[in-house]
Design a protein around this ligand. Structure first.
Ligand code: FA5
Ligand code: MG
Length: 428
């Protein structure tokens, strides 16, 4: 959807990203807020909790290659096509992904690099990176977050399968002595099948190796933190999932503060991926985990915006040098300030051009991390003139200080006037 066409000012003909110039086109939708995040690479910042978590996971896989310097700019081909995403997959839309232009985008997941890493000959590796998705605004969603991809591949012949079996025996032995409660599911089912080119027994061995490897990682990460005491074991739940580039596929959830939280997706690597990477005689598994989700649990971080805070009251809490997980002690929560904005969408064609994610990007560009939450609270269509009215409630709250009335009013009127300029809405 060409939402930039509704801008009153012409978009720039080029964008400068990480010191390089790129031409824009009709689908360009990277906002200034996003551009400012590109160089930050929180997973490499000394003492940042995401860096600490990355190091902790890497230490659990010491004989894996540890990669973290891939550029976030990838072709849509790498992000989607090469991984067998269908051409009509919703993730490709400009409403969900950030495009520099039709040939270049910000990766939406670390899987975008799978084929390059497999092609380089690596058989055991972890890759950490910032990823970008257009999304709603609330305490657990941010348009930039960090993923770690991990993979292990084996020869698909008897010697490779023997290696898997031996590793499975070692891992089962280790896990049987620990305080972890795993809700498992069948490894392979009619709705979550082995791939046609795989011997189902081999696929099952690999799926078991994946599950054991990840259960063992979760135990390493969560043992001893809240919810994993003697009386209360760590609860992990495996769920059947679907990804275009793995089968069978799973998601893993961890029980935390009364809720199941999805922390990773994974599966047996699609043979098409390995064929494209020129390693057709291998088979194996891959996972992609959300570092913020895990760090929020481990470090008791209540709001995803805190990862971007430069407030010493946040960062200093993680500056211990012994690599252990620190529990965040929240400093006082400052008051919320709710402001509503109601408007009529423009009539005709134009009203299709405003997606909720467009509105969220606009609000972030004006208010940055001073916005905590954006929710639609009302929507109706006028029966006579067919016009649509929307009302959004924006919660302005700083994590570092109390916002004055003047400050919130200025932010909100900035949002309102940009809504009028960019989307030609009529404020009610
Ligand atoms: C993926 O991104 C797949 N690439 C994962 C994968 C890798 C599957 C390898 C198979 C093999 P998904 O969109 O579910 O899947 O995201 C993976 C994890 O990233 C989620 O479980 C979650 O922990 C994290 N995540 C996803 N969206 C967000 C978000 N908006 N904010 C924070 N974390 C998120
Ligand atoms: Mg998911």
């Amino acid at each position: 959807r060409p939402f930039l066409r509704t801008l009153s000012t012409a978009p720039p003909s080029h964008l400068t990203l990480l010191g390089q110039q790129y031409p824009t086109d009709s689908i360009t939708n990277i906002s200034p807020t996003i551009i400012s995040k590109l160089p930050l690479r929180l997973h490499t910042q000394p003492f940042h909790p995401l860096n600490t978590l990355r190091t902790l996971i890497e230490s659990h896989f010491p004989d894996y290659a540890h990669l973290s310097s891939f550029s976030p700019l990838v072709t849509p081909y790498k992000n989607f096509d090469e991984l067998s995403f269908p051409t009509d997959h919703p993730g490709r839309s400009v409403a969900d992904s950030y495009y520099v232009n039709k040939d270049l985008m910000l990766r939406t997941h670390t899987s975008a690099h799978e084929i390059d890493v497999f092609r380089s000959g690596k058989t055991k590796w972890l890759l950490t990176a910032d990823v970008y998705r257009r999304d709603e605004i609330d305490g657990s969603h941010y348009p930039v977050f960090h993923q770690m991809e991990g993979a292990r591949i084996f020869s698909s012949d008897a010697s490779g399968m023997k290696e898997v079996e031996e590793d499975n025996a070692r891992l089962s032995q280790h896990l049987s002595q620990s305080n972890i409660l795993i809700e498992d599911i069948l490894h392979i089912t009619p709705t979550n099948p082995a791939q046609p080119s795989h011997d189902p027994r081999h696929s099952e061995l690999v799926a078991v190796n994946l599950k054991l490897s990840l259960n063992s990682l979760l135990l390493h990460l969560f043992a001893g933190v809240a919810g994993a005491s003697k009386e209360e074991p760590l609860r992990v739940r495996w769920i059947e999932a679907y990804f275009p580039f793995t089968s069978p596929s799973y998601e893993v959830e961890v029980f935390f503060r009364g809720k199941w939280l999805e922390i990773l997706g994974c599966g047996v690597v699609g043979q098409a991926t390995l064929d494209r990477a020129d390693v057709p005689h291998k088979m194996g598994w891959a996972f992609g985990l959300g570092l913020e989700r895990i760090s929020m649990i481990l470090n008791s971080i209540p709001d995803i915006r805190l990862f971007w805070s430069t407030d010493p009251r946040f960062l200093s809490q993680f500056s211990n040098t012994d690599r252990k997980i620190s529990t965040f002690k929240p400093y006082s929560k400052y008051p919320s300030c709710f402001k509503d904005v109601s408007f009529w969408l423009p009539l005709g064609e134009d009203n299709k051009k405003i997606h909720e994610n467009d509105l969220c990007d606009l609000v972030r560009d004006v208010a940055g991390d001073l916005v905590e939450d954006v929710k639609m609270i009302d929507s109706f269509r006028h029966p006579k003139n067919n016009r649509t009215s929307l009302c959004y409630r924006i919660n302005y709250r700083s994590m570092d200080k109390s916002l004055s009335n003047e400050e919130t009013n200025a932010l909100h009127s900035g949002v309102v006037s940009r809504l009028q300029d960019q989307f030609r809405v009529e404020i009610r």
